[in-house]
Ligand binder design. Structure first.
Ligand SMILES: NC(=O)c1ccc[n+]([C@@H]2O[C@H](COP(=O)([O-])OP(=O)(O)OC[C@H]3O[C@@H](n4cnc5c(N)ncnc54)[C@H](OP(=O)(O)O)[C@@H]3O)[C@@H](O)[C@H]2O)c1
Length: 248
């Protein structure tokens, strides 16, 4: 069997880079996506060297909120079936204004970053998904399940409802669709200078295991859901949160 092809959005940093690395180690050929070319090429070089498989990872620069740029990914895939699609790109937009115009701008930016990126990439690649056997994984957040993030919580929760629809649509083709919902994960660009020692300690104290998550914690869950072994798991939300939220 030829090696599986995986596409990972936001694969240049943090959780996405850890996912890309674990899929390369698992034998996949991986295409990582993001807006910053220099960040992507440094990650491609690092993962290729660490895994001893420089030919197995490459990058395409794309702002996935833009339909034309999402379409570029289809060209890069070049007609090969996509075995694994990991919609990981996302992020938090701080609300800078309490005017209605400012609130509208913040919600639009948050929905664009966390929902539209996943929708456009998935729709662009939908015809290319491996039938049977394709895997679609959406990276949500604990904020979808417990709130606390305003527009960010709402945007991530939107992914859950959409994943259930997508799982129903793609199930007859033996394609699975699942959501991974991380809790607090340190060592990424997500908090972008917003994290304080108190905020860190509070989040660690909210876990049952007494530590922050690391990108590899999430990557290992994605690796399982992306594997051929996970064909009977679809339409599910998997919390990877150290026990901060239980059972949902
Ligand atoms: N860290 C946490 O505690 C945590 C917890 C729960 C959920 N999450 C979720 O996990 C995912 C990964 O986050 P992370 O923690 O690894 O943070 P991160 O390092 O900031 O990763 C986000 C990635 O998304 C990419 N991205 C953002 N907007 C994009 C766009 N419009 N088009 C293409 N790529 C885009 C970024 O690359 P460019 O800037 O180069 O485009 C970056 O590589 C996100 O969806 C985040 O919401 C994180």
């Amino acid at each position: 069997m030829s090696e599986r092809l995986a596409v990972v959005s936001g694969g240049g940093t943090g959780i996405g880079a850890a996912v890309a690395r674990s899929l390369v180690l698992d034998g996949c050929s991986v295409l990582v996506l993001g807006r910053r070319a220099e960040v992507l090429s440094a990650t491609v070089e690092r993962i290729g060297a660490e895994c001893g498989r420089p030919e197995a990872i490459r990058a395409v620069t794309a702002d996935l909120t833009d339909p034309d740029q999402a379409a570029k990914v289809v060209e890069a895939v070049g007609g090969r079936p996509v075995d694994v699609l990991v919609n990981n790109a996302g992020g938090y937009h701080s609300a800078e204004s309490d005017t209605l115009a400012g609130i509208a701008a913040n919600w639009r930016a948050t929905l664009d970053t966390n929902v539209l990126t996943a929708v456009l990439l998935t729709e662009a690649l939908r015809p290319a998904l491996r039938r049977p056997g394709g895997r679609v994984i959406l990276i949500s957040s604990i904020a979808a399940q417990r709130g606390g993030g305003d527009a960010y919580s709402a945007a991530k929760a939107a992914l859950h409802g959409w994943a259930y629809s997508l799982a129903a649509q793609l199930g007859p083709d033996q394609i699975t669709v699942n959501v991974v919902s991380p809790g607090y994960v340190a060592e990424t660009e997500f908090f972008d200078g917003r994290m304080t020692p108190e905020g860190h300690a509070q989040r660690v104290a909210a876990t049952l295991v007494g530590r922050a998550g690391v990108p590899d914690d999430v990557a290992e869950s994605v690796r399982y859901l992306a594997s051929p072994a996970a064909g009977y798991v679809t339409g599910q939300v998997l919390g990877v949160n150290g026990g901060s939220v239980l059972g949902r």
